[in-house]
Design a protein around this ligand. Structure first.
Ligand code: PLP
Length: 376
């Protein structure tokens, strides 16, 4: 037993998972448009809805006309691997990893594509030395490391005039940070993070230099059909106009249209970033007030404001599991244990679909649940 009483007020929406993330406020399955369901995705309506999702993405993210936006199979993993498999091999590669997802792209480059990349690593909580990246090489990196809560500070470290291409996995960054599109040759993400959308599809954004690479470079390895962006020697432009390579889930497309319209209604990217910033600030205030909580990412300039990873004094993996499951059983917080490969701790999603009042309501619950864990 502890002398802390269980708080009364619960977060109204206790959805703090770092992916799939909370649905936008007001979301309900019954609010999704369904006119494209049960129809061919190549019908007039199917193609129009896919194109609309692309157009909304461009508008909300302020993607310039120089860049193409395509919806591809396989969620973010599919989009990023499609880019790796189609464009790498033309020049040396540098792969940056400071947590699990970046490490996954290193594994692809080393073990699958056998590219012998220069690998620049850092431990959970830190970044590699971005200033020493060689931009004559193709560079693989993750904007926001979802499992360590460490992100790159901005795009200043990406050379304006680079010979190599930049490959940015922006899954837990896009819609929460202002991305410098002129510095990003390849950007990928999935809808299941900041937009609270569904898995299954990835988004691939290609700058002009990436398109040029696709036209001038033929990989040495075979390409499965779902990776093919070039047809008869030319870019398959249809992919960037809603003519997907294979059959998409129109339900997932309608779901992301709902989220993108919500985002547009907030004022687009500025509105989304303001919500994420407010959530991260509320969580930070909660951490500052509790000596037993800390940030895994020590440097505020590179600390995530979406996947915020917290240390818990004296907690091992077992204690964290217990901590998270007590909160889940109370419907006070779902899915807040840190990622399985990360140091034991909590991970609380602060992306735009979460309401700040729910982050604030979490504080007393963390106190209460931690007291329960410690008293046993
Ligand atoms: C940075 C990052 N990259 C890649 C992925 C994999 O995304 P998906 O499951 O949409 O393929 C995730 C998912 O959490 C992620 O956070």
């Amino acid at each position: 037993m502890t002398d802390l009483t269980r708080p009364d007020a619960k977060p109204a929406r206790p959805f703090f998972s770092s992916g799939p993330c909370a649905k936008p406020p007001g979301w309900a399955a019954s609010r999704l448009a369904t006119g494209s369901l049960g129809r061919s995705h190549r019908s007039k309506i199917g193609k129009a809805r896919l194109q609309y999702a692309i157009d909304l993405t461009r508008e909300v993210l302020q993607v310039p006309d120089t860049h193409r936006i395509g919806i591809v199979p396989g969620s973010d993993t599919g989009a990023y691997e499609m880019a790796m498999w189609t464009m790498l091999g033309a020049r040396p590669v540098t792969a940056l990893a400071w947590e699990s997802f970046g490490e996954g792209w290193v594994t692809d480059a080393v073990k699958q594509l056998k590219l012998d990349p220069t690998v620049m690593r850092a431990d959970y909580g830190s970044l590699p030395d971005l200033g020493s990246v060689d931009w004559s090489t193709d560079v693989l990196f993750t904007w926001n490391g979802t499992t360590s809560g460490v992100r790159v500070p901005d795009g200043e470290w990406i050379a304006g005039t680079r010979e190599g291409l930049s490959f940015c996995d922006a899954t837990s960054a896009v819609f929460a940070y202002d991305l410098p599109w002129d510095k990003l040759d390849v950007t990928t993400f999935s809808w299941q993070k900041v937009l609270g959308g569904e898995g299954a599809h990835g988004v691939l954004i290609l700058g002009p230099r990436a398109v040029e690479r696709l036209g001038s470079h033929t990989p040495d390895w075979p390409l499965p059909k779902v990776f093919r962006l070039v047809s008869k020697g030319a870019l398959a432009e249809g992919v960037f106009k809603g003519e997907t390579i294979n059959t998409p889930s129109m339900l997932a497309v309608e779901d992301v249209i709902f989220a993108l319209e919500w985002a547009k209604g907030l004022g687009g990217l500025t509105g989304l970033m303001a919500r994420s910033d407010a959530n991260a600030a509320a969580l930070d205030a909660m951490v500052a007030a509790r000596p037993w909580l800390g940030h895994l990412a020590a440097d505020t300039a590179t600390r995530s404001k979406t996947s915020v990873c917290l240390t818990v004094e004296g907690a091992d993996e077992t204690a964290i599991k217990k901590f998270a499951s007590i909160l889940e059983a109370q419907d006070a917080a779902y899915d807040i244990a840190g990622y399985r490969d990360a140091p034991p701790g909590l991970r609380i999603w602060c992306g735009a679909t979460v309401d700040t009042a729910d982050i604030e309501a979490l504080g007393p619950w963390l106190d209460w649940a931690w007291a329960q864990v410690r008293s046993n």
